[in-house]
Design a protein around this ligand. Structure first.
Ligand SMILES: *Cc1c(COP(=O)(O)O)cnc(C)c1O
Length: 377
């Protein structure tokens, strides 16, 4: 089946009792056993639930994996993935990874049992130079946040293979509609399903997708042992959201391309970061790795914080809010919002200035979105 057909159908037809067209929600903590030896495949919802299982089958198919576990948040998916490693293991990650991931790695896990190096993932020599005898993992996030740096997945996977390490990709920004990291040699894929997979800004969730049996078993064990799984109702919402993933991503991208082009020509805008623009340094690589350029973009306005604030408080369609990937357009200010946990020096080193604004393009009509931003500018 083609991708969008799988979005609609895989895992969905689960009701043998009444043949409902959609997946039933099983809001139960526990399941009866037939006798002392047998149950119907589920015994307790922390370990497994039929509604959640439907979602997991669906996402595993979209990414091309063998298994998936759906978790309560993107962060709990990252937590589960981090438990693929053992005491003393060293992990290489990008300098500009999602702030919550950085906090988990640098503030929590680095004080417990793992070691981390944060490098510029655009520089493959720097990635190679960071490899140690204890390196067991490389964490990939592409395109990155908020400046949309595009990492060469095949290149990084080659380095990992040589080092005897595995690669894990956070595929949240693209969704499997636009990018399937397994095709480039990545070993494990995770998502914040809060974003494009659910797509309607009405749930938080995550997932870990695997393609090796040993990883599938370890992730299954960890989501159960650590209690990371999502509720049946949340699983159902994400499964419903995924059914429209393809058409939504097409509409998201159309809007983003129109907005990026408008901003690129606007006299008050000094820089636009969108991989769809030919001037973006990651354009060619994105064209190779991705089936489209996505709907996240950033831009810099002339006049620093004051000018940024004027724009951020004057849009009417673009809501001033964090997060991304929903049908409604959002605009945010990395300086005080998504990247506030970085110190100023780290932000400047990462290329984020007082005039940098981040946009998540929704699926509204591109003309209305362009007009809204033009008016605000
Ligand atoms: C939002 C996000 C996360 C964290 O997901 P939550 O659902 O908020 O826990 C991780 N990675 C990326 C790229 C994200 O955008």
């Amino acid at each position: 089946m083609e991708f969008q057909t799988r979005c609609v159908h895989v895992g969905v037809d689960k009701d043998s009792a009444y043949l409902s067209a959609t997946t039933p929600i099983y809001p139960t903590s526990t399941f009866r056993w037939d006798d002392l030896e047998r149950n119907r495949g589920f015994d307790y919802t922390r370990s497994g639930n039929p509604t959640r299982r439907a979602l997991e089958e669906n996402i595993a198919s979209l990414e091309g994996g063998i298994d998936c576990r759906a978790t309560s948040t993107g962060m709990s998916a990252i937590t589960a993935a981090a438990y693929l490693f053992e005491k003393g293991d060293h992990i290489i990650a990008g300098k500009d990874i999602y702030g919550g991931t950085y906090r988990l790695f640098a503030d929590i896990l680095a004080n417990q049992h793992l070691e981390f190096s944060f490098v510029d993932m655009l520089d493959l020599d720097a990635v190679k130079a960071a490899v140690r005898p204890s390196t067991r993992g490389i964490w990939i996030e592409t395109p990155s946040n908020p400046l949309l740096h595009v990492t060469d997945m095949s290149g990084v996977c080659g380095i990992a293979q040589e080092a005897g390490a595995i690669t894990i990709a956070d595929n949240t920004f693209c969704s499997p509609y636009l990018q399937r990291p397994f095709e480039f040699g990545v070993d494990v894929v995770m998502h914040s399903t809060t974003k494009y997979l659910n797509g309607h800004s009405d749930v938080v969730g995550g997932c870990v997708v695997t393609r090796h049996q040993e990883h599938a078993e370890r992730i299954d064990y960890m989501t159960n042992a650590l209690g990371l799984a999502c509720s049946p109702f949340d699983a159902w919402l994400v499964l419903r959201g995924i059914k429209t993933l393809g058409p939504r991503m097409e509409a998201h991208q159309r809007a983003a391309m129109a907005v990026a082009t408008m901003l690129d020509e606007h006299p008050r805008v000094t820089r636009v970061y969108y991989p769809g623009l030919e001037t973006h340094p990651g354009h060619e690589l994105a064209a190779k790795q991705q089936d489209g350029f996505g709907a996240m973009l950033s831009f810099e306005v002339e006049g620093g914080r004051e000018a940024a604030e004027r724009v951020l408080t004057r849009t009417r369609l673009f809501q001033l809010a964090e997060s991304l990937g929903g049908v409604e357009s959002l605009i945010s200010y990395p300086e005080t919002m998504s990247h506030a946990s970085m110190d100023e020096g780290a932000r400047r080193a990462a290329g984020i200035t007082a005039g940098t604004l981040r946009v998540s393009c929704g699926i509204e009509h591109p003309d209305d979105l362009c007009e809204d931003l033009t008016n605000a500018l």
